[in-house]
Structure formats: C-alpha cells, structure tokens
Design a protein around this ligand. Structure first.
Ligand code: SF4
Length: 482
C-alpha cells in the first residue's frame, strides 16, 4: 500500500550537569518519533565513561525504566532512525560509537550524504558490503575516528578538530549531534536541508533538537536555529559557535508540507499555520463548488481547514484513520488484498453520502492509495470527489534524506496533472503552485530546497552514489541539472 512519503531521522542532544540527561533525551526522542520508527538510541557520558544503548523499534520499545536508570551522566545525545541509506538493521541504528580519543565519541545523523561512494573509497571501504559501513553515517563516524590521534593535543578538543577537518569533505544533507565525554556538538550542513535548533533548559543546560516541538516537551525555550554551515560547541565553558562553511540556506520545503510536527516552528513560522495557509492558497488557486471539504487524515487536516475557511464550504470528516497501522504492519495476503487502504482509512458514509466533497491531502506519491480512496468515497455515496493537493506534483527523487525513490514509482513523474486525475478517478484535481507554496510558508525569502518539485538540485548528484533511484527513474545526470 502507498501511504505516502517516508520520514527521515530525528536527532537530539542535551548538556545539563545535575540533570537526568538520558531521561530528557528519551522524552526528546519521543517528541521526534514521527521522524523515524525503525530504531532508537541514546548515548550518555558521566565525564568518565561513554555508554550507548540502541536497538530496533520505537523509543518505548527500546527503553524502559531499568535501561534509563542505568544511563547516568550530564551529557547525552539520541537518535530515531528511518533508513534512507543502509539497511534497517541493528548495526545501522544510531548513535554510532567509535572508541577513538580519550573515551570515544558518539554520533547521530539526520539527512543523506551525496558523495558516499567517494568518501567510502577514500577510506578504502565499500559501502553496503562491510557490515560496519553500510550507511553514510557510519562512514562519517569512521572518518572522524581516523582523524585521531593526529588531532590529539591533550586540551579536550580533539573531537572538535576532527569534526572541523571532516565536515568540509561531506556533501549533501546532514544535521548532526555529536559528543565525547565532556562536549556536545551540533552541526548543520551549509544548506541546512534538515532543521536543527538550540534551546535553553529552564533549570540550566542546553538542548539541541531536530525540531522546536522537542524543546517544548523537555521544558527548554528556543534560543536559535543552528545556522547552516555552523557548528555549535557546548561544554563547561558555555556555548561557542564556529562557522565552518559559507551558508546557502535551502531548508527542505517538505518539512513544511509534511515532515515536521505541526507544533514546531521553521524559520520562525508555526508549521500548522503554514499548512493552513497552503489550504487557503489552494482554495484561491483552484476553487470548486462543493458541499463539504474533508481532509485525508491526519496530514491533510490543516490544509483542509484552510481550504474550507477560504472557500466558505463546510469542513467535515469523511474518513476515519486507524492510527496504529505503522511500518511494522503485516501486509494483507493476496486473498485479502481487497481490504487495501480500508485497513488504514475507512469512509464515514453518514458524512459523505449525497455530497460533493473536496478531498484535501498534502501530496500524492504513487497514486495507488488516492485511487482507492476516491473509489471508497464514491462507494460510500459521494456524488462528486474533487482532489486538492497542498503541494506541487512530486516528480523528482529526493537525495537529501527523504524516502520515495527506492520504494515506488512517482505517479507525477510520468503523468500530467489531468492524467493523474483520470488515474485516481477524481472529478477534478489541482496541485498547489510552487510560488504559492513558498508564500504560504510565511518565510518566502528564507531559502528552500524544492528539488523533488522543481528538479533543481542545490547539491549536484552523482548518479553513481544512487544507482537504484536514478536508473529506475530513467533520470540522467543531465536532467538532474548536474
Ligand atoms: S528534494 Fe524534496 S524532500 Fe528532498 S530535501 Fe529537497 S524538498 Fe526536501
């Protein structure tokens, strides 16, 4: 079944002497669970020893009271993972750990590097073949490790120097939290594809997190977005900022459309409000006469609210979602295949019968789910089904940390919008224009990556690094704009 786009990863870090940092990280990861459900991990240091616990599964499956009680220290990082590179196996769970330097270091990564093959070759490794080196994150951990002992000065800043040597070698998307026994680092690539924020704990101490919602949940206030091309260094002396590359901000536009929690802020704008504005823009761009505006729950809710408000058409629920159908869901057997999407979304016949409905969703990836939804709504008695999508057609694969290219066909890569409308069986269909989407973010001049919508890739792609999606899509290096 096609339930849309795969999330990427979430990272967290806390430096707070006197506080239970492992528990704070646990709550931070809970808040970031939507960014990755395959594995979870926490690294903690008490200044003498660095301990890492990680496993496959959701945060509450990996950690319980006993595990957390054993993780003692003033400094911690955490990670939730969705595998965009590397297999979904234990050794790829993060934080990655290496025993270089005094007590070793731990490393957590959100994003995708675009020069993995070159980096692996530089290390004399073959990514995906060596068990300890199947993900881009592990390659970076290995690069850092090999900086020791040449960076050793005995001043406690070995890891900082190693990072500053390695970061300029990396291409693509990376928001990192990194730690040794006494220091916490937060790093963002020069484009800032993935968010990373710095917060201050009320009781003292500092927090790094993928999203501001995770700061709220641990009782920290948002101090600043980590600037693209910047490394934040936190230790007993306080906070320092090191600009390691010139910034060229290109925050992933899909963080606004889909990935980020609605209660997070991006570029200072609340995500829920931005999604409502996308719905308002969509209603102005592609109005339709109808009796009810309904979302595809839950991702389509704010845009549907905005569409209803702007178009003055009543808002209603037409689909009920089973929230417990996740990635571990056992797919129906061939005989039960007809149950299809209904296992996750079931129509509210009472609400849709005899009505012309506008169905609002944030994106269509493969189109198969949408097709089944339209058929189900008609079977439930809807007179007309009009589709309104709060982002432009998703036509090009993402190489910066979002999963679609490997796992399915992008319906908009080969079909025009009206052909998609026919394919899914809608009475009408419209996608939000890119300029309207950017306006709806509330920060139109801040800088965005729109590559999957526009084909303009901010960081050139080497097809050798991504043989599957590039070949599968028949996309050449030339048409990727490299
Ligand atoms: S290609 Fe699309 S999903 Fe990937 S970073 Fe750019 S905007 Fe985001």
């Amino acid at each position: 079944m096609d339930f849309g786009i795969g999330e990427e990863c979430g990272v967290f870090g806390v430096y707070a002497p006197g506080q239970d940092t492992a528990r704070l990280t646990y709550y931070g990861l809970y808040a970031l669970q939507h960014r990755g459900q395959e594995s979870a991990g926490i690294a903690v240091s008490d200044g003498k020893e660095l301990t890492v616990v990680k496993d496959m599964g959701l945060v509450p499956q990996v950690f319980d009271e006993r595990t957390l009680a054993a993780l003692d220290g003033h400094l911690s990082i955490g990670h939730v993972r969705y595998s965009t590179t590397g297999s979904s196996e234990w050794f790829n769970a993060q934080p990655a750990f290496r025993s270089g330097g005094d007590t070793g270091f731990a490393f957590a990564h959100n994003g995708n590097l675009t020069n993995t093959a070159d980096l692996a070759a530089g290390l004399g490794m073959l990514p995906g073949i060596e068990a300890e080196c199947s993900s881009d994150s592990d390659i970076v951990a290995e690069m850092l490790l090999r900086q020791f002992p040449s960076t050793a000065r005995g001043d406690g800043r070995d890891l900082e120097r190693a990072l500053l040597n390695v970061l300029p070698e990396l291409r693509g998307a990376f928001s990192l939290t990194v730690m040794d026994d006494a220091h916490l680092y937060g790093v963002r690539d020069r484009n800032g594809f993935r968010p990373l924020v710095l917060g201050r704990l009320e009781g003292g101490g500092w927090v790094l997190a993928s999203e501001t919602a995770a700061l709220d949940i641990v009782g920290a206030h948002h101090v600043e977005d980590v600037a693209p091309g910047t490394m934040i260094c936190i230790d007993a002396t306080g906070v320092r900022r090191i600009r390691w590359a010139d910034a060229d901000p290109k925050l992933c536009i899909f963080e606004y459309v889909y990935f980020a929690r609605p209660d997070s802020e991006l570029y200072g704008q609340n995500v829920h409000a931005a999604r409502q504005r996308m719905g308002e823009e969509l209603a102005r761009q592609a109005p339709v006469e109808a009796d009810m505006v309904m979302p595809v729950p839950e991702s389509g809710v704010p845009a549907a609210q905005g569409f209803a408000k702007e178009s003055d058409i009543p808002y209603g629920d037409g689909l009920v979602k089973n929230r417990y159908v996740g990635r571990t869901f056992i797919q129906p057997t061939q005989q039960l295949r007809g149950m299809g999407v209904r296992l996750k979304l079931n129509p509210l016949s009472e609400n849709v019968r005899g009505k012309r409905v506008v169905v609002v969703d944030d994106s269509i990836v493969r189109g198969t789910t949408t097709r089944q939804l339209v058929a189900m709504l008609r079977a439930a008695g809807a007179l007309e089904v009009h589709l309104r999508i709060s982002s432009p057609p998703y036509r090009w694969p993402c190489f910066y940390g979002m999963d679609t290219g490997r796992k399915g066909e992008l319906v908009a890569a080969d079909l025009t919008v009206s052909e998609i409308g026919k394919f899914v069986g809608a009475d009408s269909i419209a996608y939000l224009d890119l300029d309207r989407l950017i306006r709806a973010t509330g920060a139109p001049d801040a800088g965005f990556c729109t590559a999957c919508l526009s084909g303009e890739y901010p960081v050139p792609i080497d097809p050798a690094d991504f043989p599957t999606p590039v070949e599968k899509r028949g996309v050449t290096a030339l048409s990727l704009g490299v």
